[in-house]
Design a protein around this ligand. Structure first.
Ligand SMILES: Nc1ncnc2c1ncn2[C@@H]1O[C@H](COP(=O)(O)OP(=O)(O)O)[C@@H](O)[C@H]1O
Ligand SMILES: [Mg+2]
Length: 327
C-alpha cells in the first residue's frame, strides 16, 4: 500500500479499485473498531470474497500478530456450515488481512436495529446455528470470546423450513487478544461490552462457557430488543456483568413463556460452573415443545422449577409476527 492511503483514513472510496495482495477492492461493506471489511475480487480464483483489513496498529503489535495468525489458522481448519470459511490470513505491506467467504445478507446487529425484537422462533433458529458453530469451535479447542450480533452474519436460507442461514465470524480477533497485548483502553479498539462474560472481565481463564454467556446475551437481545444489561458507562456495565442479576426476560417482553427466565438465569450465571455446559444445551432448553424444531433428536427438556411441558400448541404463538405460513 502506498503511503498516504490506509484503510483507516476515513475515506472508504480511496481503496476501491485498488489491489491488495491478490484481491481487487470493490466496495466497503462495513467497519468495526479495529478493521474495515470490503467486498473484493479474488483475482487468482476469480470469485468474490470479503476482505478484512485490520488496523495497522494491530500489525505493529507482535503478540496480537502471533495470536491473529494462530487463531486464524485454527478457525480456518474448522470446516463447519455455520462458521464463515477463512480462505487466507496474512500480512502485506504492514497490513494484516483476512480473506473469507463473502456472505450476502446482513449481520444480526443491522437486523435487530432494523426490525427490533425477533419472533421467538426466528431467534431460536438463529441461536441454534450459532450454538452449533460455537460448540464445534470448542471441540477444536477454540473459544470465540467475542460473540456479538455484529459477528453473526445472516444470509438467506434454503427453503421455508430454513428461512435463514447463519454464519459466525471473527475468531481470533477478540477483546482477549487485545487485552493480552495491552490494548486495554476501553473504547479505543474494544467494541461493545454488552456481551462480555464476568470471567473475561476479571481476567480469569476462559473456556467455552464464556461463549455460552455471550450467546445468551445475544439471544436475550434478539428476544427483548435490548441486551441484559444497560448502563450509562462502561464501568457500570462491567460491574453489572459481574454482580447484577439480569432483569427477567419476561419483564422486558411480556408474553414470552416464563420458563425462558430460568433458562436465561442459568446461561447468564456469573459462575461458568452454573451455566449450561454447552451452547447447544442452552438452546435446547429454549425450545418450546419437546421434539420440535431443529432439535428433534433431543429428549424432552427438563425445566427445573416449572410445570412440565404439556402437549399444547407452541407457547409462543404471536400474531404480531409473520408466521412461516404458506407462500
Ligand atoms: N464475510 C463477510 N461477508 C459479508 N459481510 C461481512 C463479512 N464479514 C464482516 N462483514 C460485515 O462487515 C461488518 C464489519 O465487520 P467488523 O469489522 O468485524 O466489525 P463488527 O464485527 O464490530 O461489526 C460486519 O458487521 C458485517 O456486516
Ligand atoms: Mg466482526
Amino acid at each position: 500500500m502506498t503511503h498516504g492511503t490506509t484503510p483507516f483514513s476515513g475515506r472508504p472510496s480511496e481503496l476501491v479499485g485498488r489491489r491488495i495482495a491478490g484481491y481487487r477492492i470493490e466496495s466497503e461493506i462495513g467497519r468495526g473498531g479495529m478493521a474495515v471489511v470490503y467486498r473484493a475480487h479474488d483475482l487468482r480464483l476469480d470469485r468474490t470474497v470479503a476482505l478484512k483489513l485490520l488496523a495497522p496498529e494491530l500489525a505493529r503489535n507482535d503478540v496480537f500478530r502471533k495470536r491473529f495468525t494462530h487463531e486464524s489458522r485454527v478457525a480456518a481448519a474448522i470446516d463447519h456450515p455455520h462458521i464463515v470459511p477463512v480462505f487466507e490470513a496474512d500480512e502485506t505491506d504492514g497490513v494484516l488481512y483476512i480473506a473469507m467467504r463473502y456472505v450476502d445478507g446482513s449481520d444480526l446487529r443491522h437486523l435487530l436495529d432494523r426490525e427490533g425484537p425477533l419472533p421467538p422462533a426466528t431467534a431460536v433458529r438463529i441461536a441454534a446455528q450459532v450454538a452449533s458453530a460455537l460448540d464445534a469451535a470448542h471441540e477444536n479447542g477454540l473459544v470465540h470470546r467475542d460473540v456479538k450480533p455484529g459477528n453473526v452474519l445472516v444470509a438467506r436460507g434454503t427453503d421455508s423450513d430454513h428461512p435463514e442461514h447463519v454464519y459466525l465470524t471473527d475468531f481470533g480477533l477478540t477483546k482477549k487478544s487485545l487485552s493480552l497485548t495491552g490494548f486495554t483502553s476501553v473504547g479505543q479498539f474494544v467494541g461493545t461490552l454488552d456481551y462480555v462474560a464476568p470471567e473475561q472481565i476479571s481476567g480469569q481463564p476462559v473456556d467455552g462457557r464464556c461463549d455460552v454467556y455471550g450467546l445468551a446475551c445475544v439471544v436475550y437481545e434478539c428476544l427483548a430488543g435490548r441486551p441484559p444489561f444497560l448502563r450509562d458507562d462502561d464501568v457500570a456495565l462491567l460491574w453489572a456483568h459481574q454482580n447484577a442479576d439480569p432483569p427477567p426476560l419476561t419483564e422486558a417482553r411480556p408474553g414470552l413463556p416464563p420458563y425462558m427466565d430460568a433458562v436465561f438465569a442459568r446461561a447468564l450465571a456469573k459462575s461458568p460452573e452454573e451455566r449450561h455446559p454447552t451452547c447447544g444445551a442452552f438452546v435446547a432448553e429454549l425450545r418450546p415443545t419437546p421434539g420440535g424444531g431443529l432439535g428433534s433428536a433431543h429428549p424432552p427438556t427438563e425445566l427445573a422449577g416449572t410445570p412440565a411441558l404439556a402437549p399444547q400448541p407452541p407457547r409462543w404463538a404471536e400474531p404480531v409476527f409473520h408466521p412461516p405460513g404458506p407462500g
